[in-house]
Ligand binder design. Structure first.
Ligand SMILES: *[C@@H]1O[C@H](CO)[C@@H](O)[C@H](O)[C@H]1NC(C)=O
Ligand SMILES: *[C@@H]1O[C@H](CO)[C@@H](O)[C@H](O)[C@H]1NC(C)=O
Ligand SMILES: *[C@@H]1O[C@H](CO)[C@@H](O)[C@H](O)[C@H]1NC(C)=O
Ligand SMILES: *[C@@H]1O[C@H](CO)[C@@H](O)[C@H](O)[C@H]1NC(C)=O
Ligand SMILES: *[C@@H]1O[C@H](CO)[C@@H](O)[C@H](O)[C@H]1NC(C)=O
Ligand SMILES: *[C@@H]1O[C@H](CO)[C@@H](O)[C@H](O)[C@H]1NC(C)=O
Ligand SMILES: *[C@@H]1O[C@H](CO)[C@@H](O)[C@H](O)[C@H]1NC(C)=O
Ligand SMILES: *[C@@H]1O[C@H](CO)[C@@H](O)[C@H](O)[C@H]1NC(C)=O
Ligand SMILES: *[C@@H]1O[C@H](CO)[C@@H](O)[C@H](O)[C@H]1NC(C)=O
Ligand SMILES: *[C@@H]1O[C@H](CO)[C@@H](O)[C@H](O)[C@H]1NC(C)=O
Length: 840
C-alpha cells in the first residue's frame, strides 16, 4: 500500500542460486543459417534453454510479432521485439537471412515487415544468426565477426550484459523505449537512455525530449541520484563506462545462474524485476522514479526537494528566494528561485549542501584528474562557475564537476547522497564567510507540479490543454515548511504553510479505553456529533480540558492490530492546515477508536445547507473554503509522502475551525496507496450523490473519484443545495444536471445561492470559474477529469484558460451513454452513506 518499500536487500541476496524452472533444452535449434528460414510457429531456443525466439501475439492483439522471451516463464515475458512498429496482419511471415546477409521478416509475397540494417558482407563465408543464452540474437559472418545483434537495438527491456548507452565510434545510441500499451509493442512515448552532453547521466524522457527523471552522474560507485545502488552486491554488479569510445551502463547477474533479473521501462518508470528461483511470478525489486522529488526539476532552478520530513518539500537553496512569491500561492514555480545578493566574483564563497543528488550536468564540465581542492580553486577563480562537486566518491572524493548555468533538479536524501558546493556572495554565507558551512540552509518551501505533466498521458494531455497558452514547462509550487537533516527555516508567507513543522514531535498518543469512555460520558448520545461513513463521532473532553473528536470505527474495519497501528502512524504523518489532525488512537478488544482535534464550527453542511446559517458564509469565504479543500485534497493525492485517496469526500466531512478554515476529516480511514496511477477495486465505501459513476457502478476508484466528489462539493458550496433534490423544473433531478443546464445556457452564475452576499465584481467571474472547474471534475469519463493539481491551479488563477466541460456523469439524464437502468434507480436515493461490499 505504501510506495517505495523495497524488499530488504538481504532477502534478495539469499535467493538460492538454483534454476528449477528452465525446461531442459528442447531439440529446437538455436541458429538460422543463410538460405534457411524460421516460419511462424517454429522457434529458436538458446543452447541452455533460457530464451526462445519466434513469432507471438500480444494479449488483446491479433497481429504477429517476432520476439524473444524467457523459456519456461509464464506468463510469456517478452524481452525484445523485432518488428515492433510493423505488425504482421493478414499474412504469415517468416524470418530469414537474405542473399546480402540481412535478417529479414517477410511474407511469401516478398513484402518486408522488418530487416536488420544492411550488413557488410565483405567478411568470409555465409552468415549465421544465433540466439544466445544471454537473450542476445546475434548475426555473424562466416568469420565469426558480429554483423548485427539484438542487444544493440533494445526494446523496453535491459537484460544482464546489455549496454544502455553509446558506442561513440559508430554513434550507436542504445536506449529503452516503452511499449505503447501492454497489447501493443510499437514504440511508446517514454525512453530511457544516457545523455552524453556534459557529464553523462541517465534520463527517462517523454516524447524524446521532455525529461521525466534523471539518475544523476556516475560517482564511481553509483548514480548520484540512486545512492541505494550497491556497487558490490554479490548478485548484481553494476558497471558504468565512460571513455573516449564508450559511454554505457550495464549490469551483470554474477555467477548466480538462478537469479533472473530484468529492467523494464514501463510507461514513465524504470522497474527492475527479479524472478526468484522456484518462484511463480516476477517480483518488483525497485522502481524509479521513487517519489515526487525524483520528478525532474520538481523544485525548479536553485530549488532543493526533500521528502524526508514526510511533507512536501521544495525549497530555495540558502541565499536564494522565490523569484515570484506571488505565483507560489498559485503553485506556479516556473520562475524558480533567484539569488538574494548578486555574486561579486572576488569576495564569494561556497555553501556546502550535503547528502544531495547533484544537479543536472547537461551543461556541466568534468575533470577527473584534479583534486577537489583544486576544483574549488578553479571554481573560485572563474566568475562564471556557480557550483562544484567531486566527480568521484570512490575511495574518497576526487575529480571535479563544475556548473556554470542554472542548478536544476537537486534533491536531498535522508541518507547517502553527495556534497555540492554552491557559490554565494560573502554576505549570504551562513557563517565564517567562505568556508564550507554545515549550518542553516534556509529554505523556503514549495512544490512543483512539473511531475504532473509526466504522471500519465491523461494528465499530460489535460495539462497541455490547460496551459497551452502559458508556455510548456509550467510548474507550480506553494509555501510549505519541513525539517530534515539539512537545517531549514521556513520563510515568508506563513499563511499557506502546513503544520509539518510539528513533524519532529509527531506523537500519536495511545489512549486507553477508560480515558476515552470517560471523556465521552461512555459514548452518550448527547456527546454524539454525527455519524460518518466509517463510524460515529463523539465530542470528548480530556482530563487537561482539551476538547477532542472521538471517532469510533464501525466493525467493518476488520484490520489486524499491527496493520491498524501502522495505518494510524501513517495517518498521523499526514499533516496539513487543511486536514484535521489526528491526535491518537485507542485499541480495546474489537474497538478501534481515532482521536482528532475538535473543530469549533463543526461541518460545512451545517452552514451551506441551512437557510439560517448559510448567510454567515459570504462568497469570498466560500471561495476560500473551496480553495482550502482543493489544497488539502491535493496534499492527500500528491504532496504527502503517501498518496491517499479519500473515498468519502462530502460536505459532512469538511470541518470548519474557529476562523472558518476548512479541514478535511476522515481521510485517514481511506486506504493508503502507493500509486495514484492505478485504479483499485475494493469495497465500495462512500456517499451516494458524491460517488463517481465508475466507482459506484464498478467499485473502481482512483484519485479521479475524489476529483468527482470534489466537483459535487464545489457545486454544493456555490448553490447551497445538496446534490439530490432540485425538483424545480420537473425533469431536473440532480444538482449536476441543473448546473450543466445553466452552464450550457451561459448562465452559470444563476447557480449561486441567492442568500450569498459578497464582493461585487470578481464574484461573477469567480463563481463562473468555480462552476466550470466543478463541471470539469464531474465529467463522465474519469480520464477527462483533471487532477487536483490542475484544479487548484485553475481555481486560483484568474487567467487560466480552461477547457469546456463535457457531459457530467450524473445519475439520471445520462444521455445516450447510459447503459444502466440499475444505476439510475440506485442513484436517485438521497445522500445517506452506504457501504456496498463489492462482489468482484
Ligand atoms: C543461398 O542461395 C543462393 C542462391 O540460391 C546461393 O547462391 C548461395 O550459395 C546459397 N548460400 C548457401 C550458404 O547455401
Ligand atoms: C536484404 O535486406 C536488406 C535490408 O532490408 C536489403 O537492403 C537488401 O537489398 C536485401 N538483399 C536482397 C538480395 O534482397
Ligand atoms: C565494410 O567492410 C569493409 C572491409 O572490412 C570496410 O572497409 C568498410 O568500411 C565496411 N563498411 C561498413 C559500412 O561498415
Ligand atoms: C506496467 O507494469 C504494470 C505492473 O507492473 C503492468 O500491469 C502493465 O501492464 C505494464 N505496462 C506496460 C505497458 O507494460
Ligand atoms: C512530441 O514532440 C514533437 C516534436 O519533437 C512535437 O511536435 C509533438 O507535439 C510532441 N507531442 C507531445 C504530445 O508533446
Ligand atoms: C568489491 O569487493 C572487492 C572484494 O571484496 C574489492 O576488491 C572491490 O574493490 C570492491 N569494489 C567496490 C567498487 O567497492
Ligand atoms: C572504454 O572502455 C571499454 C570497456 O572497459 C573498453 O573496452 C574500451 O577499450 C575503452 N576505450 C578506450 C578508448 O579506452
Ligand atoms: C566584493 O566583495 C568584497 C567583500 O565583501 C569587497 O571587499 C569588494 O569590494 C567587492 N567587490 C566588488 C567589485 O563589489
Ligand atoms: C543547458 O544549456 C542550454 C543552452 O544554453 C539551455 O537551454 C539549457 O536549459 C541548459 N540546461 C541546464 C540543465 O542547465
Ligand atoms: C570559466 O568557465 C567558463 C564556463 O565553464 C568557461 O567557458 C571559461 O573558459 C572559463 N574561464 C576561464 C578563465 O577558465
Amino acid at each position: 500500500m505504501v510506495a517505495g518499500v523495497r524488499p530488504p536487500l538481504a532477502q534478495l541476496l539469499l535467493l538460492p542460486l538454483l534454476v528449477t524452472f528452465f525446461s531442459s533444452p528442447a531439440s529446437a535449434a538455436d541458429t538460422i543459417a543463410a538460405n534457411s528460414s524460421l516460419a511462424d510457429g517454429e522457434t529458436l531456443v538458446s543452447a541452455g534453454g533460457v530464451f526462445e525466439l519466434g513469432f507471438f501475439t500480444p494479449a488483446s492483439s491479433t497481429a504477429r510479432f517476432l520476439g524473444i522471451w524467457y523459456m519456461g516463464i509464464a506468463p510469456q515475458t517478452i524481452v525484445w521485439v523485432a518488428n515492433r512498429d510493423a505488425p504482421i496482419t493478414g499474412a504469415t511471415a517468416s524470418l530469414a537471412i537474405n542473399a546480402t546477409g540481412s535478417l529479414v521478416i517477410a511474407d511469401s509475397s516478398g513484402r518486408v515487415f522488418w530487416s536488420s540494417a544492411p550488413s557488410n558482407t565483405s567478411g568470409t563465408g555465409a552468415p549465421v544468426a544465433q540466439l544466445l543464452d544471454s537473450g542476445n540474437f546475434v548475426l555473424r559472418d562466416g568469420g565469426g565477426a558480429v554483423l548485427w545483434q539484438s542487444f544493440d537495438h533494445p526494446s523496453d527491456t535491459l537484460l544482464p550484459g546489455m549496454k544502455l548507452g553509446w558506442d561513440l565510434t559508430t554513434g550507436l545510441d542504445r536506449h529503452l523505449t516503452t511499449w505503447r500499451s501492454p497489447g501493443d509493442p510499437s514504440q511508446g512515448d517514454y525512453t530511457f537512455g544516457i545523455d552524453i552532453r556534459g557529464v553523462p547521466e541517465g534520463f527517462i524522457r517523454y516524447n524524446g525530449t521532455a525529461p521525466v527523471y534523471r539518475n544523476g552522474p556516475w560517482n564511481g560507485l553509483q548514480f548520484s541520484g540512486e545512492p541505494e545502488m550497491e556497487p558490490n552486491n554479490s548478485n548484481f554488479r553494476f558497471e558504468f563506462v565512460a571513455n573516449a569510445s564508450d559511454v554505457y551502463y550495464t549490469f551483470v547477474v554474477d555467477g548466480a545462474a538462478g537469479v533472473v533479473s530484468r529492467f523494464v521501462l514501463n510507461q514513465s518508470s524504470v522497474q527492475r524485476y527479479v524472478w526468484p528461483p522456484g518462484g511463480h511470478a516476477w517480483s518488483l525489486y525497485w522502481s524509479l522514479p521513487r517519489d515526487q522529488c525524483d520528478h525532474y526539476a520538481q523544485c525548479g532552478a536553485f530549488g532543493v526537494c526533500d521528502t524526508a520530513s514526510g511533507s512536501p518539500a521544495c525549497g530555495c537553496v540558502h541565499g536564494f528566494t522565490p523569484a515570484s512569491p506571488r505565483d507560489w500561492q498559485l503553485r506556479d514555480s516556473s520562475a524558480g528561485c533567484r539569488r538574494v545578493t548578486p555574486l561579486n566574483c572576488t569576495g564569494d564563497g561556497f555553501l556546502q549542501l550535503r547528502g544531495v543528488k547533484l544537479p543536472d550536468t547537461t551543461n556541466a564540465t568534468e575533470d577527473k584528474s584534479i583534486t577537489v581542492d583544486q576544483c574549488r580553486q578553479m571554481c573560485l577563480a572563474n566568475c562564471s562557475c556557480l557550483a562544484y562537486a567531486a566527480s568521484s566518491i570512490k575511495g574518497g572524493d576526487s575529480g571535479c564537476i563544475i556548473w556554470s548555468s542554472l542548478l536544476i533538479d537537486i534533491r536531498h536524501f535522508p541518507s547517502g547522497g553527495e556534497d555540492l558546493y554552491i557559490r554565494l556572495a560573502a554576505s549570504d554565507l551562513p557563517s565564517n564567510g567562505g568556508g564550507p558551512s554545515k549550518t542553516n540552509i534556509v529554505v523556503a518551501v514549495f512544490v512543483s507540479l512539473a511531475a504532473f505533466l509526466l504522471f500519465g498521458l491523461g494528465g499530460f494531455f489535460f495539462w497541455n490543454k490547460f496551459f497551452r497558452n502559458k508556455g510548456t514547462s509550467q510548474s507550480t509550487q506553494r509555501f510549505n515548511s519541513f525539517d530534515s537533516s539539512i537545517p531549514l527555516t521556513p520563510v515568508q508567507d506563513r499563511k499557506l504553510e502546513d503544520e509539518s513543522g510539528q513533524n519532529k514531535d509527531l506523537n500519536v498518543t495511545l489512549f486507553d479505553m477508560a480515558t476515552i469512555a470517560f471523556s465521552t460520558d461512555n459514548f452518550a448520545t448527547w456527546t454524539k456529533l454525527g455519524e460518518g461513513g466509517f463510524g460515529a463521532v463523539y465530542k470528548g473532553e480530556l482530563e487537561g480540558g482539551q476538547t477532542v473528536a472521538v471517532k469510533r470505527l464501525s466493525k467493518f474495519s476488520t484490520q489486524g492490530l499491527g496493520e491498524f497501528k501502522n495505518e494510524v502512524m501513517l495517518i498521523a504523518k499526514l499533516q496539513h492546515v487543511n486536514l484535521v489532525r489526528l491526535l491518537g488512537c485507542c485499541i480495546h478488544g474489537e474497538e478501534r477508536i481515532l482521536v482528532y482535534e475538535y473543530m469549533e464550527n463543526r461541518s460545512l453542511d451545517n452552514f451551506i445547507f441551512d437557510k439560517g446559517r448559510s448567510a454567515q458564509l459570504d462568497w469570498s469565504k466560500r471561495f476560500d473554503i473551496i480553495l482550502g479543500i482543493a489544497r488539502g485534497l491535493l496534499y492527500l493525492h500528491q504532496d504527502s509522502r503517501y498518496k491517499v485517496i479519500h473515498r468519502d469526500l462530502k460536505a459532512g466531512n469538511i470541518l470548519l475551525d474557529r476562523d472558518m478554515n476548512p479541514k478535511i476529516s476522515d481521510f485517514g480511514v481511506a486506504r493508503i496507496f502507493g500509486d495514484d496511477t492505478d485504479s483499485h477495486t475494493r469495497k465500495v465505501v462512500g456517499t451516494y450523490g458524491y460517488m463517481s459513476p465508475e466507482y459506484a457502478m464498478d467499485g473502481v476508484f482512483s484519485v479521479k473519484s475524489d476529483v468527482f466528489s470534489f466537483g459535487v462539493l464545489v457545486l454544493e458550496i456555490v448553490s447551497g443545495r445538496k446534490n439530490r433534490g432540485i425538483y424545480s423544473s420537473g425533469e431536473q433531478t440532480s444538482l449536476l444536471s441543473h448546473a450543466w443546464k445553466l452552464w450550457r445556457e451561459g448562465n452559470a452564475v444563476a447557480l449561486l445561492d441567492e442568500t450569498v452576499a459578497g464582493a461585487g465584481e470578481h464574484r461573477v467571474s469567480e463563481v463562473r470559474r468555480c462552476v466550470q472547474v466543478a463541471l470539469l471534475c464531474v465529467q463522465e469519463r474519469a480520464d477527462d477529469r483533471p487532477h487536483m493539481a490542475a484544479v487548484f491551479m485553475a481555481l486560483g488563477n484568474p487567467g487560466a484558460v480552461l477547457p469546456q466541460p463535457r457531459h457530467p456523469g450524473f445519475c439520471s439524464d445520462r444521455g445516450s451513454t447510459s447503459t444502466d437502468g440499475e444505476w439510475s434507480s440506485t442513484c436517485t436515493v438521497n445522500d445517506v452513506t452506504v457501504t456496498i461490499v463489492e462482489g468482484r
